[in-house]
Design a protein around this ligand. Structure first.
Ligand code: OX2
Ligand code: PLP
Length: 800
């Protein structure tokens, strides 16, 4: 069953392929080719080398009659694919050599690729890491998503304020996809439901086509490739000729424009769902197209629908594709004639659901008016599912339908055979809070699968200095067996080796400093501690706690400028949802504070604050290898897992963090002595909220906190508009739901411990290296193996 590693290529063969693509595919003479042309030609040459193993994987899956995994997700934050492909195919030297023969700069070509931002943050990036691990492990799988014309908005700052511009990744040809006009399905909305002769028929009033675009996702060493299939919306009746002939040109183009709206933009909101019709349409569009495709593939191999659960595992990435439950029941029952009970049991055996957040505002629900108008038959089926569940569980008090809403979390739970959380803490909290009653009724359903990250992108490719040292020390087996990083531990005792580890970090920091100077005109000292908080802006992630500490630190240094201060650069990056005004004000505050602090000649040598615009995968790949300190400071109980935290630890940044999400497990793995812990636990957070005036008490007890808040309130950072941030100060002094004030004092203490540790370079490097050596468990290969055995019952088709 082994699929051989594809044959190695040579730089000469590669060069010829690039020239062939440039000439015959792109139609450009090499003497006139621009960077973009070279990039496309190189991408096609790389893609050619993926296609063979892609086809072989598909053939092998059919031959073996194997079970396939289908990962349904509204988001895939895949980022750039060229370097990833080259690294996984192990063609780095050949590709570099070929381009150099052609007189073209390799790095310039790589950085010309747009960053495919078809996701908001952690949830979408996790889906991308999973696809890569599924291919590395040789598990037959498809990712199903939407081919948004515009991904997550492009962020810039004007006067410190976040500006949003549409993201245009498809402006140039997307090198990696294959259009599949033959794989196209009609998707209906609205209309009416009739029951005739015992069968129920839904006749939609509106129809769009979902057309497939396939991107192969290649695993390590090119031994296997799976498919990311993204759906694009097309009008069923694209052009109204009679309007055109009347001269009504805009009207004639309307059907096409309306249909395309469905795949036009990614909703730019990380957690809260906009209760918009378009969002529900997007969710149904993705899900219905995916199910049609899954059943077409199943029907081509099997004629007994009873086998569906043995051949098909469907993972719902959060509740966004939760309509898969009722839609699969509808197809099996209404269209295929299965009894309702069997249809429900079959669907449940195929489906499983991952919960990614407990934030109440993120638990999706739809008004029954909207739901019933768009999906009238599905509303009936939801009610039948609900009554069947109630009948089987007479003691239950909740239901999928309540307060004239359809609750997608409950629906997903009821229609899944397994429900998983994304870290041990989060899974425990799921059992105690949102799904408390459902867990009691179905005690075996909830399982944990702690998140992971792919080591190919997040160490091998993004940090060549460190990965080179690792491979030199322990060989390259770690790349697909990350726990082998443990074998580094004996070397960490060697001072010479530690120096090489420190040199790798220093080199990455120097590169980042040079890039910041060139791209943003910033001057930072690579010997200062790089203290990094990069993630979506959210009150629960507490970027405002970090900036308060920055203000207090600056004030302290100002008080004693000749003191013995540890030089630090605080680096922020992250986008706020366009409608989340408080988060946008935090961005502006950080930028305002940065301006004042960076202009202060008395403190500049010790402390700087930088907010880099437009956080995306590519920027993460630049920042994480250069970080000394990783800020993971969410209010305990609120960050389901985090995945950025794992990437930092793997790349040798030490964490300052709360006992939240996967921080808990990171600390267990790397050792408490190599992690800077602070703050209240999830239980203490709940208790603290009940204390009257908790924020005021915390402020009264800590003069540093009071002074920092006063500086903001007095307009020190916004002299042109002194009241600009009064509402933030009032929030942190009053309700302070996320307990910024109550956690400040302990955060300050831990930050000073960080300073002391950083001042001792030997000790710091040892701790950093131990973080790398002990982070192997956080590979997404481990996570995917867990899903395969505990949830999907799926097998790898790679051996040896
Ligand atoms: C995120 C969670 O906030 C984050 O904690 C987690 O690491 C990530 O998902 C992957 O599991 N939208 N984004 C998330 O949840 C939702 C909903
Ligand atoms: N956004 C991007 C571009 C990322 O690369 C990551 C993770 O590395 C995230 C968001 C998630 O970050 P966090 O886990 O810190 O929320």
């Amino acid at each position: 069953m082994n699929i051989a590693t594809p044959p190695r290529t040579t730089a000469d063969a590669f060069r010829d392929d690039i020239l062939r693509h440039l000439t015959y595919e792109i139609g450009t003479d090499p003497s006139h080719a621009q960077v973009q042309d070279w990039r496309l030609a190189l991408s096609f040459a790389v893609r050619d080398r993926i296609v063979d193993s892609w086809f072989a994987a598909t053939r092998k899956t059919y031959e073996a009659g194997a079970k396939r995994v289908y990962y349904l997700s509204m988001e895939f934050l895949i980022g750039r694919l060229l370097e990833d492909g080259i690294v996984n195919l192990r063609l780095l030297d050949e590709a570099r050599g070929a381009l150099s023969q052609l007189g073209v700069d390799f790095d310039t070509v790589l950085s010309d690729e747009p960053d495919a931002a078809l996701g908001n943050g952690g949830l979408g990036r996790l889906a991308a890491c999973f696809l890569e691990s599924l291919s590395t492990l040789g598990c037959p799988a498809y990712g199903y998503g939407i081919r948004y014309e515009h991904g997550l908005f492009r962020q810039s700052f004007e006067g410190g304020r976040q500006m949003e511009a549409p993201e245009t990744w498809l402006l140039q040809r997307h090198a990696w996809e294959f259009e599949r006009p033959e794989a196209s399905y009609p998707i209906g909305f609205g209309g009416s439901v009739e029951t005739k002769g015992g069968t129920t028929v839904w006749t939609p009033s509106e129809c769009v086509f979902a057309e497939a675009f396939d991107t192969p996702i290649v695993g390590w060493q090119g031994r296997w490739a799976n498919t990311l299939r993204l759906w694009s919306a097309k009008a069923a009746n694209p052009f109204d000729l009679s309007s055109f002939n009347r001269g009504a040109f805009a009207e004639a183009a309307q059907p096409e424009a309306l249909a395309r709206t469905i795949s036009r933009v990614l909703y730019p909101d990380d957690t809260t769902e906009q209760g918009k019709e378009l969002r529900l349409k997007q969710e149904f569009f993705l899900t219905a197209a995916a199910l049609r495709d899954i059943l077409r593939r199943f029907d081509s191999e099997h004629d007994d629908l009873g086998k569906l659960p043995a051949k098909v595992a469907i993972q719902l990435n959060d509740t966004h594709p939760a309509i898969a439950g009722p839609e699969l029941v509808r197809i099996l029952h209404d269209e295929r004639g299965m009894s309702f009970e069997d249809a429900m049991a079959t669907a449940t055996a195929c489906l499983s659901y991952t919960n990614h957040t407990l934030l109440p505002e993120a638990l999706e629900s739809w008004g029954e008016g909207l739901f019933g108008r768009l999906l009238p038959r599905h509303l009936q089926i939801v009610d039948r599912i609900d009554s069947a569940h109630a009948k089987a569980n007479p003691s239950r008090s909740l239901s999928v339908r309540a307060d004239h809403q359809v609750k997608m979390g409950e629906l997903s739970f009821v229609m899944a055979h397994k429900v998983n959380g994304v870290s041990a803490l989060h899974t425990g909290l799921m059992k105690e809070t949102v799904f408390e009653e459902l867990h009691r009724l179905h005690p075996d359903r909830i399982v944990n699968q702690t998140n992971g990250v792919t080591p190919r992108r997040w160490l091998l490719s993004c940090n060549p200095r460190l990965s080179g040292l690792i491979t030199e020390t322990i060989g390259e087996g770690w790349v697909d067996d990350l726990e082998r990083l443990k074998e580094l531990e004996p070397s960490i005792e060697d001072a010479g080796w530690r120096q090489r580890y420190a040199d790798a970090k220093r080199g990455n920091k120097a590169d980042l400093a040079a890039w910041m100077a060139e791209a943003h005109g910033l001057t930072v000292d690579p010997d200062a501690m790089f203290d990094v908080q990069i993630k979506r802006l959210h009150e629960y992630k507490r970027q405002h706690l970090n900036i308060l500490e920055a203000i207090a630190l600056w004030q302290e240094i100002k008080d004693a400028p000749s003191g013995n201060h540890v030089p630090r650069v605080k680096i922020f990056a992250g986008k706020a949802a366009p409608g989340y005004f408080f988060a946008k004000d935090i961005i502006r505050l950080i930028n305002d504070v940065a301006q004042v602090i960076n202009a202060d000649a008395a403190t500049r040598d010790f402390f700087q604050v930088v907010f880099l615009p437009n956080y995306n995968v590519t920027l993460a790949e630049r920042l994480i290898p250069a970080a000394d300190l990783s800020e993971q400071i969410s209010t305990a109980g609120k960050e389901a897992s985090g995945t950025g935290n794992m990437k930092f630890a793997l790349n040798g940044a030490l964490t300052i963090g709360t006992l939240d999400g996967a921080n808990v497990e990171i600390r267990e793995h790397v050792g408490a002595e190599n992690f800077f812990l602070f703050g209240m636990t999830a239980d203490e957070v709940v208790a603290r909220r009940k204390v009257e005036n908790h924020a005021a008490q915390a402020i009264a007890a800590d003069p540093r906190l009071k002074r920092a808040l006063d500086a903001i309130k007095d307009g020190l950072f916004s002299p042109d508009e002194p009241d600009r941030y009064v509402h933030i100060v009032e929030n942190l002094s009053g309700p302070d739901y996320f307990l910024v004030s109550s956690d400040f004092t302990d955060y300050w203490r831990a930050s000073r411990e960080v300073d002391a540790a950083y001042a001792d370079a030997e000790t710091w490097t040892r701790k950093a290296a131990l973080n790398t050596a002990r982070s192997g468990w956080f590979s997404s290969d481990r996570t995917i193996r867990g899903y395969m055995s505990d949830i999907w019952n799926a097998e790898s088709l790679l051996t040896g």
